[in-house]
Design a protein around this ligand. Structure first.
Ligand code: SAH
Length: 392
């Protein structure tokens, strides 16, 4: 295996547990080394010690990702098998083996690989050139998992274009059921692993939804940016008097209606197709108030340079949402932007509350579900933040 030496600075970061090596951390221009996208190399410190195998792509900023496996006798299939089975054993303990995220990239020691399970179907995202070259091995390991009949390759993620990989979707194994049904927090949800957003479902909010559910009985719930109704439909199942799901996506709202019906709460769940900001304005003008408002928008800060504009969007949306909370009600506010941290979200919330003269008390901090583990040395893996607040 080809050996590449990294700089002292990169060594320091890797020794503290981080897994990424940037393109400018090899001491020479990467282009001059003749490394191919997807190639596996052995990473060496300046003093000549091996740090193990990394998957490379010399054409991107994060040029190498460490696999924490020794180079001597490296066997990709055996390595994948052992990492994937380790990831699965954690999900078994969590009780989410049938419906949950089985593999979460770097956090599970599998940089560039995400796998979500919907019963017999696995929805797979391969995000790096180095994982792409292992596709056959990945397929073999995943199709050997008990109860798995189908792999849906969701190759329609932005990361692939950066890595120079083709976009699209593909199926291995049997054709997937459309939809495939899962249960979560008492609700029944029909998922399309082929056409749904991301891999089909937002498992990252499951634990947060569970925290809110005991608090919704008898209340009117507004679910802003609802997607397929994860919050709103579950709230109705848990005794909310009504739930209104707002999203810009027609497909998402059709799924809300189907899921509400399948969960036996169709009569208490309504949908509104609108931009969340517009919806808040028109609901306010109509004098509507809610006992619980959930704000779970798409990432407003996709790149670091969007920070200023994105922060403003979080503050504005939360302000608009706060105005709809009945006195004594609850606000759940989330952000899934990597570059917008917990402190920034709290500041946006605080400013929103001041701007509209509402008192806010944070009752609980929220994070991503346990099947999206955080890598202790990689803050990048802690991406979903949120707060459950009481509103005066
Ligand atoms: N709350 C969902 C996940 C939301 S993902 C859950 O728990 O499963 C973000 C959602 O916001 C997507 O469904 C997307 O269609 C929607 N969205 C994006 N921009 C929006 C906007 N301006 N107004 C309302 N919804 C929007």
């Amino acid at each position: 295996m080809r050996r590449l030496t990294i700089t002292r600075e990169a060594e320091r970061r890797l020794r503290s547990g981080h897994l990424w090596i940037y393109a400018n951390e090899f001491g020479v221009k990467l282009g001059t080394l003749g490394v191919e996208p997807g190639q596996h190399v052995e990473i060496m410190t300046p003093s000549g010690r091996s740090l193990g195998v990394a998957g490379m792509n010399p054409n991107v900023l994060i040029a190498a990702r460490l696999y924490t496996v020794t180079a001597a006798g490296f066997d990709a299939r055996a390595w994948l098998e052992s990492r994937i089975h380790s990831a699965i054993s954690v999900r078994r303990r969590l009780g989410v083996l049938e419906a949950g995220r089985l593999v979460f990239g770097e956090s599970d020691g599998l940089p560039g690989l995400v796998v979500d399970r919907y019963g017999p179907v696995l929805s797979v995202q391969v995000g790096t050139a180095a994982m792409e070259v292992l596709r056959e091995e990945i397929a073999a390991v995943l199709l050997a998992i008990d109860g798995i009949e189908t792999l849906v390759w969701r190759d329609d993620i932005g990361a692939r274009a950066l890595e120079g990989l083709a976009a699209g979707t593909a199926i291995s194994g049997l054709a997937p059921p459309e939809p495939v049904w899962i249960e979560e927090n008492g609700g029944r949800f029909g998922i399309s692993p082929v056409a749904g957003q991301k891999t089909g479902w937002y498992y990252d909010q499951r634990d947060n939804r569970a925290l809110l559910m005991p608090l919704v009985r008898g209340g009117r719930v507004l679910d802003l940016c609802s997607y397929a109704g994860g919050w709103g439909v579950c709230a109705a199942v848990h005794g909310a008097r009504s739930a209104l799901c707002v999203d810009v996506s027609e497909a998402a709202l059709a799924a809300v209606e189907r899921n509400a019906g399948a969960s036996g709460v169709g009569e208490r769940v309504g949908v509104l197709r609108a931009d969340a900001f517009e919806a808040c304005r028109s609901l306010r003008e109509a004098g509507e108030r809610f006992d619980v408002v959930v704000v779970d928008p798409p990432a407003f800060v996709k790149r670091r340079k969007d920070l200023e504009e994105g922060s403003l969007a979080y503050r504005r949306l939360n302000e608009a949402a706060l105005k709809l909370v009945a006195p004594g009600g609850l606000l759940v506010s989330c952000s899934c932007s990597h570059h917008f941290d917990e402190a920034a979200l709290l500041q946006a919330l605080g400013r929103a509350a001041l701007a509209c003269g509402r008192g806010l008390r944070v009752l609980s901090r929220l994070g991503q579900s346990a099947d999206h583990p955080v890598h202790p040395a990689m803050p990048e893996t802690f991406y979903l933040k949120g707060f459950l607040c009481a509103v005066d």
